[in-house]
Write a protein that binds this ligand. Structure first.
Ligand code: TXA
Ligand code: MG
Length: 339
């Protein structure tokens, strides 16, 4: 299959709509990361998404809508907590897990009776959904296990020959995937941290909410999994990533005594000259949104530069920093050394 990479304009958006309506899969920008979009009600479209990614069939997809009325049939009910969060954070990077409605095919939800829904703020994504009148299911547009794509070129690298069209909407604003929160139980629980933080949600709901343990710790195999995505190795470049937790001085000492050829450092902007080995930076130290914006691009760059071992500085765990920490620790396979 030939993959077209097109700039967004009336014609390419129309083409995307037609492809979606015909059960094809399209690479589209969102404000978080690029998505692989397919009609959420069409099992054959959903099957193509799983195949293109090489994604395990038991890992459900998120449904994307452009307006509140589209929720009809996609979810069975919207409770108070969900409604408050929709009003506060949609359109935007928040996915809410609710009871599944009949419009979404079982394949999209991997057989679960719940569905994750979000309303993206990216204009291109919204236009495609609104014009095609087709809410789409979309996972991140990377090959399963690779860092999520934050620009169209990366989508092309992973999906060339597998899908008919990618729309190039430039760099994604946020750079990490949406916050995923479940409202299936009395106390909402964040299953994946993102740009909408626990603190922001608690302020809107006026009550404490929970954070799934798997966000910061490796799942033990005998515990039930709240979100299938938690089980899988994620965001990993080919290199062996190791997070070193401690001061810059200790970091430098450790790296200098452990470095081998093709060892790279991934540090904060202010620290770019601290080491005498190849060094990439992923944002200023106290600016977690900047780090979120850059992280996946930098993980991909490490592959391009053939890194074998990567020592990374540890992001702070609060606010948006928690999302950065979560992605980095997963890319490191939970390999963290306290200095
Ligand atoms: O920002 C985003 O959310 C991006 C863009 C494209 O919108 N999409 C994305 O999708 O990150 P994906 O498939 O890469 O991640 C979806 C995550 C997975 O970890 C999945 O297990 C979880 O959401 N998930 C989806 N539906 C669920 C459900 N019903 N119950 C629990 N977890 C669910
Ligand atoms: Mg993904």
């Amino acid at each position: 299959m030939k993959t077209q990479l097109l700039k967004p304009n009336e014609e390419s958006i129309k083409l995307a709509c037609e492809l979606l309506k015909n059960g094809e899969v399209v690479g589209l920008p969102t404000e978080t990361v690029y998505g692989l979009a397919g009609d959420c009600s069409n099992p054959s479209a959903i099957k193509k998404i799983f195949e293109a990614k090489g994604r395990p069939m038991d890992n459900p997809l998120i449904v994307h809508i452009a307006s509140i009325d589209m929720l009809d049939g996609i979810v069975k009910e919207v409770n108070d907590d969900a409604l408050k969060m929709m009003k506060a954070f949609w359109p935007g990077p928040l996915t809410i897990i609710m009871p599944k409605g009949p419009k979404v095919c079982n394949e999209s939800c991997a057989g679960l009776d719940s569905v994750g829904v979000r309303m993206p703020s990216n204009e291109i994504a919204r236009k495609v959904i609104a014009l095609s009148k087709t809410p789409f299911s979309a996972p991140s547009a990377n090959l399963s296990g690779k860092p999520s794509p934050t620009n169209a070129k990366t989508v092309y690298e992973d999906m060339n020959g597998k899908i008919p069209l990618i729309i190039d909407g430039g760099d994604c604003e946020t750079g990490v995937e949406s916050t995923v929160i479940s409202v299936l139980n009395k106390t909402p629980i964040i299953l994946r941290p993102g740009a909408i933080t626990k603190e922001m949600i608690e302020e809107v709901l006026k009550k404490p909410i929970k954070l799934a343990g798997a966000i910061t710790k490796q799942l033990s195999s005998n515990k039930p999994v709240l979100s299938p995505g938690m089980k899988y190795k994620h965001y990993a470049p080919n290199a062996n990533v190791i997070i070193l937790k401690g001061s810059l001085k200790k970091f430098t000492e450790y790296v200098n005594s452990h470095k081998t050829p093709n060892t790279f450092a991934l540090v904060f902007d202010e620290e770019k000259d601290a080491l005498n080995i190849p060094t990439l930076t992923y944002g200023r130290k106290n600016y977690p949104s900047e780090q979120a914006h850059n992280l996946f691009t930098k993980l991909r760059e490490l592959d391009e530069r053939n890194a074998k071992t990567v020592y990374a500085r540890c992001p702070q765990k609060k606010g948006v920093g928690l999302a950065v920490y979560n992605r980095l620790i997963k890319s490191a396979g939970f390999n963290i050394i306290k200095l």
